[in-house]
Ligand binder design. Structure first.
Ligand code: AMP
Ligand code: ZN
Length: 114
């Protein structure tokens, strides 16, 4: 989608510092402003704005992202645990309106989150 920063990253128009994973459905890269020693964004190549746009057709893709997340977590040696976070909407702090999952690890996380 035009004017979407993550679509531009996926197409290569905007370079990323470190690509972590790519296949025909998903793109993963290091967050520009990391909140943990491991902070990777996992993004479907298809433009979906947020979880409110999930339907029968694209729900399988979001399930697949969780498989990719678990594989990246293994690759990054996050045996002790990690968080997979989706911010949906302004109240949750979503700033990029292309659905994405934050894979966070390498430190202890508090609960409840801020
Ligand atoms: P959210 O607040 O859940 O929408 O998360 C958006 C995330 O995208 C933030 O953690 C930003 O640091 C990250 N981000 C924005 N632009 C870039 C970029 N060009 N490369 C890597 N991460 C980015
Ligand atoms: Zn997009």
């Amino acid at each position: 989608m035009k004017d979407c920063i993550f679509c531009k990253i996926i197409s290569g128009e905007i370079p990323v510092k470190n690509k972590v994973f790519e296949d025909d459905k998903v793109f993963a890269f290091e967050d520009l402003n990391p909140q943990a020693p491991v902070h990777i964004l996992i993004v479907p190549k298809k433009h979906i704005a947020c979880l409110n746009e999930v339907n029968q057709e694209n729900s399988e893709l979001l399930g697949y992202i969780q498989l990719v997340a678990s594989q990246i977590a293994k690759q990054k040696n996050l045996e002790g645990g990690y968080r997979l976070v989706n911010n949906c909407g302004a109240d949750a702090g979503q700033t990029v309106l292309h659905i994405h999952y934050h894979l966070l690890g390498g430190r202890i996380f508090a609960w409840p989150p801020g």
